[in-house]
Design a protein around this ligand. Structure first.
Ligand code: FAD
Length: 505
């Protein structure tokens, strides 16, 4: 084992939305930071908008990585090991959770738990997160929009031409379509923002050391078992040991609990900080269904996400429980999530026979229906002979089905409207749910709470059982917002940066 002779103020494991943002913020405050990231820089041609090819879905799956499902069958997860993590392939839609999302919320199948922090406490960090990630948005249209103490600094980009009549058509059906808040860069080659750009590239590099191809295996504790003393990593095939005053896990909702479980010891027989036996449990993976509509004109299949609809977020005319969020998915040929769904596209052949798949995709308008799920201790990440196993059964399914059917009814109404010419009536609206391998929206596996018996970290992100170990990724989410976790992860990371700076001052 090689022992690194440097000692850092903070070691951060993982450079995605949480870790990348935190590294930038701490380095700018003058603290020495080591970033350990298991991937490397992602090639430009593999990044979000740059001519991504639907059929080369291996691009979104790390080579040689296999996880195992509930029945023990292996699968290749869709997750990105690279500088920037999953933000390198995300849709960059950065929404705030709604005020009520932080409170106990009755869903159709049970109560979605409250957070130990309120919307108002996070609002200043949402402001800072939107500023840092150059989120372009426009408020005042979405009926569920939370109150904001600062307006968006940037206006949304104009919609591509065929979406504007679609927006008008939705309004004629009584919907309130709004411009999704999106993080943009100023690069033509890679237009959407991510945590490499707005976290790491923005850092003070005299304080930040980034080690790529460095996979953290386990954390070692002191003889009392109350503090992390060493971070063991495989760096390009060699075992290294790193030390720092504060350690932050930000390896994502699957890998952070895996590292904790792997770090078991006499003081922590069930895994590090797992006295509550909650590490890895309560895995929540947003329910995502893609729904396709037939376009009358060809589009290039490569455009960004654009319009959101929250008219059914809290319910609809028939039910008073939350159904979820709808968003225009963007070009089918560019969205990494569609790379998992050629079976969905092949259904389009029923709608438009004799077309090649690529041509079908470019004759379609795609929508995502997104619905929250409830935490369930049986849905979990666990280790079997050091391999990652995932037990997962979606809940709150009926609410999601209602959202999907509600949306298909709306699409049919648009198509029947003689004023709408960009889409046409079709016998079917092909749809498909994302499979278990799509874990990009996963959260909840190291839940935040005030009671150490039922949670893993406190309201700041510090592990209950260790003085110097924190978590800064989606694992800490007590519930799973239908609008996506990205902005909240960034806001929590900025909040944690303040907490750590105060602690180190
Ligand atoms: C295709 C796709 C589209 C999405 N679109 C959106 C969207 O539009 N809006 C939204 O809000 N959310 C979106 N998401 C979800 C969003 O990307 C994630 O919620 C977010 O990136 C999670 O941030 P994180 O910090 O928890 O983890 P990640 O971003 O996954 O980062 C984890 C990092 O840890 C590294 N790592 C893992 N294990 C180790 C280890 N052992 N040692 C060292 N490093 C390690 C990884 O390489 C990675 O860099 C999307 C996800 C996908 C996959």
């Amino acid at each position: 084992m090689i022992i690194d002779d440097r000692h850092y103020d903070v070691i951060i494991i993982g450079s995605g939305a949480g870790g990348g943002t935190l590294a930038g913020a701490l380095s700018r405050q003058g603290h020495s930071v080591l970033m350990l990231e298991r991937g490397g820089a992602m090639a430009m041609e593999d990044q979000n908008v740059a001519d991504v090819d639907l059929f080369r879905k291996d691009r979104y799956h790390p080579k040689d990585e296999r996880w195992f499902g509930p029945d023990g069958d292996p699968f290749a997860p869709q997750t990105t090991y690279a500088l920037g993590g999953n933000t390198k392939i995300w849709g960059a839609v950065l929404e705030r959770m709604r005020e009520k999302d932080f409170t106990e919320l009755p869903l159709q199948e049970g109560i979605s738990p409250s957070w130990p922090i309120t919307y108002d406490q996070l609002d200043p960090y949402y402001n800072a997160a939107e500023k840092l990630y150059r989120v372009h948005g426009f408020s005042g249209i979405d009926p569920t929009e939370p109150t904001r103490s600062t307006p968006f600094e940037h206006e949304p980009k104009p919609l591509i031409p065929f979406l504007e009549p679609l927006r008008e058509a939705l309004k004629r059906q009584g919907c309130q379509p709004y411009d999704l808040p999106i993080s943009w860069s100023s690069s033509k080659e890679d237009p959407s923002g991510d945590s490499q750009l707005y976290g790491l590239d923005n850092a003070d590099h005299s304080n930040l050391e980034i080690k790529t191809q460095s996979t953290v295996k386990r954390l070692h504790v002191n003889p009392l078992g109350n503090s992390v003393k060493g971070v063991e990593a495989d760096v390009e095939g060699e075992t290294w040991l790193f030390s720092g005053d504060l350690i932050v896990l930000a390896a994502g909702a699957i890998n952070s609990p895996a590292i904790l479980l792997r770090s078991n010891s006499t003081h922590h027989p069930l895994g590090l900080s797992n006295g509550s036996n909650q590490v890895g449990r309560n895995l929540m993976n947003l329910q995502l269904t893609s729904i396709l509509q037939r376009a009358t004109e060809r589009n290039d299949g490569r455009y960004a996400r654009s319009i959101g609809i929250n008219d059914y977020y809290w319910g609809d005319k028939n039910v008073s429980f939350p159904l979820g969020h709808i968003q225009a998915a963007g070009g089918v040929l560019q969205d990494a999530l569609f790379a998992e769904s050629p079976p969905v596209l092949s259904l389009v052949t029923k709608m438009i026979p004799d077309f090649g798949l690529e041509r079908l995709a470019s004759r379609s308008v795609a929508w995502w229906a997104m619905t929250e799920v409830l935490p369930d201790t049986h849905n979990k990440v666990w280790l079997n002979n050091d391999q990652i196993r995932i037990n997962y059964i979606h809940n709150n399914r009926e609410a999601h089905d209602r959202l999907v059917y509600r949306w298909i009814d709306t699409l049919k109404a648009i198509e029947a409207d003689p004023l709408t010419r960009v889409v046409s009536t079709a016998p079917t609206h092909p749809r498909g749910e994302t499979p278990l391998s799509v874990v990009g929206y996963a959260c909840g596996t190291c839940c935040m709470g005030t009671d150490p018996a039922s949670s893993v970290v406190d309201e700041t992100g510090k592990c209950h059982e260790l003085d110097n170990l924190y978590i800064a990724d989606t694992s800490v989410f007590p519930s799973c917002p239908s609008v996506g976790p990205g902005l909240t992860t960034i806001a929590l990371a900025l909040r944690l940066a303040d907490t750590l700076c105060q602690r180190m001052s």
